[in-house]
Write a protein that binds this ligand. Structure first.
Ligand SMILES: NC(=O)c1ccc[n+]([C@@H]2O[C@H](COP(=O)([O-])OP(=O)(O)OC[C@H]3O[C@@H](n4cnc5c(N)ncnc54)[C@H](OP(=O)(O)O)[C@@H]3O)[C@@H](O)[C@H]2O)c1
Length: 364
């Protein structure tokens, strides 16, 4: 007999199919089973489209009976948003048993969905594979609970800790750069400094094809964000400003909307390090609903981020090259990192000649 964990793990696999598209919504998967068999399964694809539970119920082509179980990775919603409440659809379907992996921290739901289901006589079990489900939606949880996005910072770095080279535009291998595109695609926004825009002129798009994703789904392009204190970047000069996607320029001078190029200029306070980064994270979460933020910092910006404990995960693509004195050194001020910061290696992976190191940074 297949266990309940087996069906919830399948629902989690399905939820992962939405990680490139559901933002700002969480990614959710759902399975309906009877005995050893999965009768229907689904996942949430995009904000505004049907939620996973509703699709699974629509796809089910057998009359519901008391032996059937529904497995859903996140507590069903009980409010009207862009779609109707899932609890209503579940209650009306007649399903009698539901396994919910984790409660939705959104104040509009937060246990109310469970109460409504129970009040209609549905057996609700909570907590199966909870940490796996929390992990899929760590950005959504961060935005709702901490009021800031989940922050990943990445740098490509040489053996002698240089992040620029006079000889090449790239520090890391082609495989490492491809890997970065998946992180960009999973993020709601990508942030860089004005210095990086001026020296590299990046487009900051997630360059993944449907073939790369093994899917027909078109991914959402992340919002592009730059720190440009004194508005030194001319919008007609850099690839960053091209196209109709949303761009945000945080600065210390003015609030302004550039309609033609869809650029929000957002004024924020400054501190000793430059623009107030904590305030920027709060604005990205509250005004732009950014769950996952991917930062591609140079040396100075990474130092500030680490010294203010604003990074959840640091990804280094470390090449074996020795660049020498002419490259820009990263990691200048380790002594500014707060003493109570807890850093540990989460994973190591070889990509061509590089090593990808993912550090988990626990904020206290
Ligand atoms: N190897 C890699 O992975 C990688 C990644 C990114 C960049 N890079 C390279 O790194 C170089 C830039 O590095 P960098 O150290 O000179 O610059 P940086 O760390 O990328 O950015 C520093 C700039 O960010 C802005 N800023 C605003 N508020 C800030 C704050 N609170 N803390 C820190 N910075 C703040 C400032 O510019 P404003 O005054 O204009 O606001 C400041 O000059 C470029 O050549 C780029 O190619 C390499």
């Amino acid at each position: 007999m297949k266990s309940e964990i087996h069906f919830m793990e399948r629902a989690i696999e399905l939820a992962k199919k939405g990680i490139y598209t559901t933002s700002p919504n969480p990614s959710v998967g759902c399975v309906i089973s009877e005995g050893n068999k999965i009768l229907s399964e689904s996942f949430h694809l995009r904000s505004g489209s049907d939620h996973a539970e509703v699709i699974a119920l629509k796809k089910l082509n057998k009359k519901i009976n008391s032996k059937m179980n529904m497995y859903v990775t996140l507590e069903p919603c009980c409010h009207f948003g862009k779609t109707g409440p899932c609890t209503k659809a579940i209650i009306e379907s007649g399903i009698k048993n539901i396994f919910i992996s984790v409660l939705d921290p959104n104040p509009k739901v937060k246990g109310k969905g469970v109460r409504e289901l129970r009040s209609h006589g549905i057996n609700v079990n909570i907590g199966l594979c909870r940490s796996l489900s929390e992990d899929i939606n760590r950005g959504f949880f961060s935005r709702i609970i901490r009021k800031i996005p989940f922050v990943i910072a990445k740098q490509a770095i040489s053996m002698d800790l240089k992040i620029t080279s006079p000889k090449s535009k790239w520090i890391s291998s082609k495989d490492s750069r491809k890997d970065v595109q998946y992180y960009r695609a999973k993020s709601c926004a990508i942030l860089v400094s004005s210095k990086t825009i001026k020296s590299d002129n990046p487009s900051l798009k997630a360059k993944l094809t449907k073939k790369d994703l093994d899917s027909k789904i078109l991914i959402n392009q992340p919002i592009r964000v730059v720190l440009d204190s004194n508005l030194s970047l001319r919008p007609d000069k850099y690839k960053f400003f091209c196209g109709s996607d949303k761009k945000i320029v945080f600065n210390s001078t003015k609030n302004f909307f550039h309609k033609e190029k869809n650029i929000d200029f957002v004024k924020v306070k400054t501190d000793k390090s430059g623009l107030n980064l904590k305030e920027i994270l709060k604005i990205l979460a509250s005004r732009y609903e950014i769950n996952n933020l991917f930062i591609e910092p140079g040396a100075r910006l990474l130092n500030t981020l680490l010294s203010k404990n604003l990074v959840d995960e640091l990804i280094l693509y470390k090449s074996p090259d020795i660049i020498g004195k002419s490259g820009l050194q990263s990691f200048g001020n380790f002594d500014q990192i707060p003493k109570n910061t807890n850093i540990f290696v989460q994973s190591l992976m070889k990509l061509s000649n590089d090593v990808r190191i993912i550090y988990k940074i626990l904020r206290k």
